[in-house]
Design a protein around this ligand. Structure first.
Ligand code: HEC
Length: 151
């Protein structure tokens, strides 16, 4: 029987392990402030939580589309990533806002016309931002692609 405290510890360990992988592409300009390291080790940032939520939504849509069914009844939550608090400010790379806006328009296109094409455009929007802002989850995002999609 695992008690809730243990889950908290496991969760904070995962944040500790996976958190730094996000920003590893710009090591030179970060971690100058030693106070960042131990700050709120148990907390999931608003931005990270929104990412997890939308990733779950993508998994539901992907399951339906991969089964050859229509995704007509699905809608994705329209987050504004540029207004959510990240784990640390080094994640807000130059161009972050433009990438968020582009991503939001892919999401609203999908919500207007849910289809394989609009779904893949959403996944493309995840990839575009992650290549710049947070490469860690790219491998996971690659799994959200439709197997038969050609890009
Ligand atoms: C505009 C940029 C941007 C877009 C678009 C974007 N992400 Fe992210 N993502 C980030 C940043 C920055 C983080 C790090 C957040 C943090 O730790 O506070 C992140 C974190 C994540 C994480 C890790 C969350 C965690 O548990 O720490 C996952 C998974 C993820 N994104 C998946 C996705 C998926 C799936 C999409 C598309 C539906 C997406 N992202 C779209 C910038 C983006």
């Amino acid at each position: 029987m695992i008690r809730p405290l243990h889950w908290t510890l496991i969760a904070s360990f995962m944040v500790f392990v996976f958190g730094p992988s996000c920003s590893s592409s710009s090591e030179s300009s970060q971690n100058q402030n030693p106070r960042l390291a131990p700050a709120q080790p148990n907390r999931t940032s608003e931005l990270a939580q929104a990412m997890r939520d939308i990733d779950l939504e993508l998994q539901s849509v992907l399951a339906v589309l991969s089964a050859g069914e229509e995704a007509t009844d699905f809608r994705l939550t329209e987050h504004d990533f540029s207004k959510l608090q990240p784990t640390d400010s080094t994640m807000l790379v130059v161009g972050f806002q433009a990438l968020s806006i582009a991503f939001s328009s892919h999401v609203s296109n999908f919500n207007r016309t849910p289809s394989k094409e609009t779904y893949m455009a959403v996944v493309g929007g995840c990839v575009s931002c992650h290549q710049k802002a947070c490469p860690g989850p790219l491998e996971r995002i690659a799994k959200r692609r439709l197997p038969d999609a050609l890009d």
